[in-house]
Design a binder for this molecule. Structure first.
Ligand code: NAD
Length: 310
């Protein structure tokens, strides 16, 4: 396993990070015992970064991750979030952040997390995030309950403006650097580099769209984009490649991201994803995928409040 330093923190994170939203059954029912085994096998293979949130499975993901990490907490870098609790359930108040971390620590069976992120910032009021949520998260850090603090979201303009106006350690961006969409690299990446902030890249499989099985029904992407992803999956299959491995390897090779978070809940997926690190993408296939996916590169979907959708 290769490790990279996360921004200016002292965390050396595995380039393959464990996205724990499937442990909360966000992508459908799972076998909880298998979920626990996949966490153990990930640790055994050098995966050290685990990302969860109270929102994933409405606390189920944190509870299951906490159970799976029992006795092995010291081998893991654990990140959780605050401020999002349901599909439409957000609270960016300082009071909620302060209470939220204690609830998360209880579920995770630990007395600190390595990373605390304000979750899905584009759903919040910009001023409240800057004046309440982020300062409260920084106080959680001062209290020793989180080692590092940041925020996450989809809308690049919002992530950039908050990164300029706050003193956080890292930003988690999802679905903006992958085989299909790469606009993260245009201005968020250089901004974070100039501010010494770490970058976590999530959803390399574009929430399941870049897999042979295709996206979940609730996928927010435009139909044209999902069709192009399906065509890309077919092109991979025709050349004997698995699009999930191609898509993951493409992200693992992206040096500015310290870690790439992929959602996993079964050992066969973990094994495919571990093997992706040594996978060589055929340059001819990559060119073909470029041709198929180029027309949809600007089709990232919008999320959050209208005023935060730039
Ligand atoms: P993803 O792109 O990682 O796709 C996950 C889907 O792909 C799941 O259905 C999973 O079962 C499947 N999968 C995984 N490996 C596979 C393989 N080898 N072959 C076929 N299918 C495979 O999307 P994601 O889960 O949304 O993102 C990864 C993680 O990043 C999340 O679990 C979460 O921890 C984090 N994340 C955070 C935010 C945020 O903070 N706002 C947003 C999105 C994701």
């Amino acid at each position: 396993m290769e490790y990279r330093k996360l921004g200016s923190t002292d965390l050396e994170v595995s380039i393959l990070g464990f996205g724990a939203s499937p442990l909360g059954e966000e992508f459908g029912a799972i076998d909880p015992a298998e979920g626990e085994r996949v966490v153990h096998e990930a640790l055994d293979n050098g995966v050290n970064y685990f990302d969860t949130a109270p929102f994933y499975g409405r606390t189920l993901s944190e509870t299951r991750l906490g159970r799976a990490l029992k006795g092995r907490r010291d081998q893991a870098i654990v990140g959780t979030k605050c401020c999002r609790y349901d599909v439409d359930g957000f609270d960016f108040s300082a009071k909620r952040v302060t209470a939220s971390i204690d609830e998360s620590l209880g579920r995770l069976q630990t007395d600190y997390v390595d990373v605390l992120l304000v979750h899905d910032v584009e759903f919040g009021d910009r001023r409240q995030i800057l004046e309440e949520a982020i300062p409260a998260a920084l106080r959680v850090k001062e209290a020793g309950k989180a080692r590092y603090v940041g925020f996450s979201g989809l809308q690049l303009g919002m992530l950039e403006s908050l990164a300029v106006e706050s003193e956080v350690d890292l930003v988690l961006s999802y679905a903006r650097y992958n085989l299909a969409i790469r606009d993260l690299d245009v201005s968020l990446r250089p901004l974070l580099e100039s501010r010494g902030m770490g970058l976590v890249n999530a959803s390399p499989l574009l929430l399941g769209a870049l897999t042979q099985a295709g996206p979940p029904e609730w996928h927010p992407g435009a139909p044209e984009m999902l069709e192009a992803c399906a065509k890309a999956a077919m092109a991979c299959a025709e050349s004997g490649a698995d699009i999930a491995q191609v898509a993951l390897k493409f992200c693992l090779d992206y040096q500015p991201a310290a870690t790439t978070l992929v959602g996993m809940s079964a050992r066969d997926q973990l094994r495919t994803n571990l093997a992706a690190a040594d996978f060589e993408i055929d340059p001819a296939l990559l060119r073909k995928l470029g041709t198929i996916l180029e027309p949809v590169a600007a089709m990232a979907w919008k999320s959050g409040c209208a005023e935060n959708q730039d």
